[in-house]
Unconditional design. Structure first.
Length: 529
């Protein structure tokens, strides 16, 4: 189990959809077992909080779907994909084990849905090609999703009871269920509804459609463009993303179910991507979370919206490098010309690049087989761990060269690694920054970091356990044994792996990726909520 925060999935509000290529590693049967257990005790912790289908239960981190445990604040990796088909936009039921997500491929995507009925003898897994943006009904029996073909777009509802599509709403998209599972809220395409100043509620029993306006007091309908409504856990409120034509601002807006009381919650104009979700607290009450990606591109962050009694609302970072949709998944194509999607370290390298931890050469290559210098590794592991680096940091090492003001590499990065106990140097006063780091040295530094950062530490291997990597080295042997047993070396072919050989850029990316997954999402200061 790894620590986590309060988050989960859904479709993008304002999106530059990041699609990559990945492969699901866990079997569907295994995931089904996990999800059945999760319906009762999510992530071995506590029950799912009662909330709408948009409550923050699942989210993307390091390209995988994670499940949040509202009782313990921890998170567990749930669905892992790599090499071929990216996954994202998870959605879960609130009263059962229903679960859905999107799997993308070149030029297409499909919705994968596990219904919460778990009927004996029936396969709970369903796939819907040419589909995206799933939202699972609270009881887990149905899923609504966007569907498109040559005839146009439509919202579709699949019902596991009848094993059929029971509802289609042409021209509608971005559907979300009400907390009681009776109503759908959605948008309609502006080419058919040019005055896009609100969204729509559809009663699935009476088939009556009602429009909800999001115009501010004194504002005309032509001033508003509203997208992606999200239902509050108590069913009385919505949040939408609104483009204000008169000001050119993009704002998250809160509005009552009857279309009154539209007020600005937060201005997200500065961000390249923004998305919003509600959550309900186990002890009562409800709150908002916003995903943002800074203008110009960077890692996505999920933050809580704080609303003080006096003053403007502000964001409190909760999950860094995390996303509601595909912002923390693989990008559409490999970021490097020499690392194809079939490369054994592809996902690690691509995710390290997305997180800003590694970069390539000027010719667009990554050089996965190139050796790594000790100073380079210090910078990479400091970035992976999000350690603070500033001009005030110093270390006892005298061989780092002149400390140039305004340039933190290598002096301050090495100092940050030394301060965190990750490196002890080659001697008490030397670091050998330009020597290549050996595989054994790499593993030792990663194990030191893992012992401090992985919740609960690393599990000790049994006395009788024998690994593949030789562990007789008096300096690094115990760490090599511990790293192999605890899974930090997963993904690397360890047969004949010479630990005295310089570590490659690909190996460093793979091992740091495993370290970051073991540590889990960076939850920020959870004590503020």
């Amino acid at each position: 189990m790894t620590r986590g925060g309060i988050v989960a999935g859904g479709g993008r509000v304002q999106s530059r959809d990041r699609k990559g290529r990945r492969r699901r590693v866990r079997s569907r049967a295994a995931i089904a077992c996990i999800l059945v257990a999760a319906a009762l005790v999510l992530a071995l912790g506590g029950p799912l909080p009662a909330a709408s289908a948009n409550h923050l239960t699942h989210f993307m981190f390091m390209g995988d779907i994670w499940a949040w445990n509202g009782a313990s604040g921890g998170a567990t990796s749930l669905v892992h994909g790599a090499n071929g088909h990216p996954i994202g936009s998870p959605s879960s039921a609130t009263q059962a084990s229903g679960f859905a997500y999107v799997e993308s491929s070149l030029g297409d995507s499909k919705v994968v849905f596990m219904d919460g009925l778990l009927q004996p003898g029936k396969n709970p897994w369903h796939e819907f090609p040419q589909a995206s943006s799933p939202d699972v009904a609270p009881d887990g029996s149905k899923v609504v999703f966007d569907y498109w073909n040559m005839s146009g777009n439509a919202l579709r509802v699949y019902d596991a009871f009848s094993d059929s599509i029971t509802l289609a709403l042409p021209g509608a998209f971005a559907g979300t269920w009400s907390p009681d599972g009776r109503y759908l809220a959605y948008n309609r395409h502006p080419e058919n509804h040019p005055l896009n100043d609100g969204f729509y509620i559809f009663d699935t029993q009476t088939h009556v459609e009602t429009k909800v306006s999001v115009t501010y007091a004194g504002e005309s309908g032509s001033d508003s463009n509203a997208w992606a409504p999200r239902w509050s856990p108590d069913g009385q409120w919505f949040v939408v993303t609104k483009y204000v034509n008169s000001t050119g601002r993009i704002e998250i807006v809160k509005v009552q179910r009857n279309g009154t009381g539209a007020t600005k919650v937060y201005d997200v104009t500065p961000y390249d991507i923004s998305d919003v979700r509600w959550t309900s607290w186990p002890g009562g009450g409800q709150g908002l979370f916003v995903e943002t990606v800074p203008g110009g591109g960077s890692e996505s962050t999920i933050s809580a919206v704080a609303t003080p009694e006096f003053g403007a609302p502000y964001l409190i970072a909760r999950l860094r490098r995390s996303s509601f949709g595909f912002g923390a998944s693989l990008v559409p194509d490999s970021p490097f010309g020499d690392v194809g999607t079939d490369h054994p370290y592809y996902q690690a390298i691509a995710m390290m690049r997305l997180a800003g931890i590694v970069s390539g050469y000027s010719d667009g290559a990554f050089g996965p087989a190139d050796p790594v210098r000790r100073a380079q590794f210090a910078k990479m592991i400091v970035g992976a761990l999000r350690l603070s680096v500033n001009e005030g940091l110093t270390s006892p090492f005298t061989d780092l060269g002149p400390d140039k003001l305004g340039d933190l590499y290598p002096n301050e990065y090495v100092a940050a690694a030394w301060k965190a106990g990750i490196t002890k140097g080659t001697t008490a006063t030397t670091f050998a920054p330009w020597n290549y780091i050996s595989r054994a040295q790499l593993v030792t530094m990663v194990v030191r970091a893992a012992k401090e950062k992985v919740p609960g530490g690393l599990p000790d291997p049994p006395m009788a356990w024998t690994g593949v990597v030789p562990s007789s080295d008096p300096t690094h042997g115990a760490n090599l044994r511990l790293a192999e047993y605890s899974g930090l070396l997963v993904g690397i072919n360890l047969n004949g792996w010479n630990v005295a050989t310089p570590a490659t850029r690909g190996e460093v990316a793979q091992i740091l990726y495993r370290l970051m997954r073991a540590i889990g999402p960076d939850t920020g200061d959870v004590g503020l909520l």
